[in-house]
Design a protein around this ligand. Structure first.
Ligand code: NDP
Ligand code: TDO
Ligand code: MG
Length: 283
C-alpha cells in the first residue's frame, strides 16, 4: 500500500510488513528514534501519509525492568505523540500491543475489555501507550498480539532451534499458556486493518489477534523440535523454577473473535506459520 508510513524497519513485524507492502515508507531508528517522541510526531506531520502503522517497540521484557525510562518513552510516550499527530492530520494510526498488559490469572481467554494488570515494566509501558493513543482523540486501532515469531530477530523459535542443536536436554516452563503468532500473519492483519480504517473512519478500537491453538511454551518447544528434526529432551518446569527479572503472565489466552467479526480476520493456525518459518530458516 502506498502512502503508508511505518515506524520500524528491522523488527519481526516490520520486516514482514516490508514484504507485503514494499511501497510503504519505513522509518528505522536512524530516521525516527522512538526515544524522541516529538521527532516521531514531526515525521508524521512532515510525511502526511494516508495512515500510520507503528511496528517499533521496546520488546526486551527483562531489560525493561532496569531501563524503565527508555521503555516508557518508546512504548508509551512515542505512540501517544504519534496518535496526536495522526489526529491532527485526520488519519488512522494502527498500533501493536501485547498479552503482557494482563495479569494472566485464571484460565479463560480474555476479551478486549477484560481488566488489565501488567506484571512488569514492559507490560505497564505498553498499556500506558494504549491509553495515550486512545486519549489523543483520533482514529486508532490497537492490536494486542502474543508470542511473536518469524525467521528473523529474537524470538522463541530461533532460540529453541539454537539451544536444541546445542543441548540434549532443555527445561521449559509448562504453566504459561498462550497463542504463538507468526509475524507474517500480524503484518497482513495490520495492513488489512489500515485499509479498512482508511475506507471507513468509524472503524477502530482495541482488538486481540493471536495464533491458534493455545499452547504452553514447553509444548510449543516440542512442536518446534519435531518440525525442525531436532530431538532434545524437553522437561516441563513451573515458572517458579525459571526465575527472571520480569514476571510473565501464566494465562495469555486471548479471545480473538472481535477482529474476525469487525475486520473479517480469522485466527491463524501457528503450526502452518511455523512450518513456513522453519522452511525459510532451512533454505
Ligand atoms: N516479540 C513478541 O513476542 C511480541 C511483540 N509484541 C509487539 O509487537 C510489536 C512488534 O514487535 P516485534 O516485531 O516482535 O519487535 P522486535 O523486537 O522484533 O523489533 C523491535 C523493533 O522496534 C525498533 N525499536 C526499538 N527501540 C526503538 C527506538 N528507540 N527507536 C526506533 N525504533 C526502535 C527496533 O529497531 P532496532 O532494530 O533499531 O532496535 C525494531 O525494529 C511491538 O509493539 C511489540 O510490543 C506483542 C506481543 C509479542
Ligand atoms: C530460553 C528459555 C525460555 N524459557 C521460558 C521463559 C519464558 O517464560 C518463555 C518464553 O521466553 P521468551 O524470552 O521468548 O519470552 P518473552 O521475551 O517474555 O516473550 C514475550 O515477549 C514480549 C515482547 C511479548 O509481548 C510477549 O507476548 C512474549 O512473546 O520461555 C524456558 O522456560 N526455558 C528456556 O530455556
Ligand atoms: Mg524475549
Amino acid at each position: 500500500m502506498t502512502d503508508l508510513l511505518i515506524f520500524g524497519r528491522t523488527g519481526q513485524v516490520a520486516l514482514e510488513l516490508a514484504r507485503l507492502a514494499p511501497d510503504a515508507r519505513f522509518l528505522g531508528r536512524d530516521e525516527a528514534d522512538l526515544a524522541n517522541p516529538a521527532a516521531c510526531a514531526a515525521s508524521i506531520l512532515g510525511a502526511r501519509p494516508a495512515a500510520v502503522i507503528n511496528a517499533a517497540a521496546y520488546t526486551a521484557v527483562d531489560r525493561a525492568e532496569s531501563d524503565q525510562g527508555t521503555a516508557r518513552l518508546v512504548n508509551a510516550e512515542a505512540p501517544g505523540a504519534m496518535a496526536k499527530a495522526c489526529a491532527e492530520l485526520g488519519i488512522p494510526l494502527v498500533h501493536v500491543s501485547t498479552d503482557y498488559v494482563f495479569d494472566g490469572s485464571g484460565a479463560a481467554a480474555r476479551a478486549e475489555n477484560a481488566p488489565t494488570g501488567p506484571l512488569g515494566v514492559y507490560g505497564q509501558t505498553k498499556l500506558d501507550g494504549e491509553r495515550l493513543i486512545a486519549a489523543a482523540g483520533g482514529q486508532w486501532a490497537v492490536m494486542r498480539t502474543s508470542w511473536v515469531f518469524s525467521a528473523h530477530g529474537t524470538n522463541f523459535v530461533r532460540t529453541m532451534r539454537r539451544l536444541g542443536a546445542e543441548r540434549g536436554r532443555l527445561t521449559i516452563v509448562a504453566d504459561q499458556v498462550g497463542g504463538p503468532t507468526p509475524a507474517a500473519d500480524i503484518a497482513a492483519a495490520l495492513l488489512a486493518m489500515a485499509r479498512a480504517m482508511i475506507a471507513d473512519p468509524s472503524k477502530g478500537g482495541t482488538y486481540h489477534f493471536a495464533g491458534a491453538p493455545d499452547v504452553s511454551w514447553a509444548d510449543f518447544a516440542r512442536e518446534i523440535f519435531t518440525r525442525s528434526g531436532l530431538s532434545p529432551q524437553v522437561v516441563d518446569i513451573p515458572t517458579s523454577a525459571y526465575p527472571t527479572p520480569a514476571r510473565r503472565p501464566l494465562n495469555s489466552r486471548l479471545d480473538c473473535s472481535a477482529i474476525s467479526r469487525d475486520f473479517g480476520i480469522p485466527r491463524p493456525d501457528w503450526r502452518e506459520g511455523l512450518d513456513r518459518v522453519i522452511q525459510e530458516l532451512s533454505a
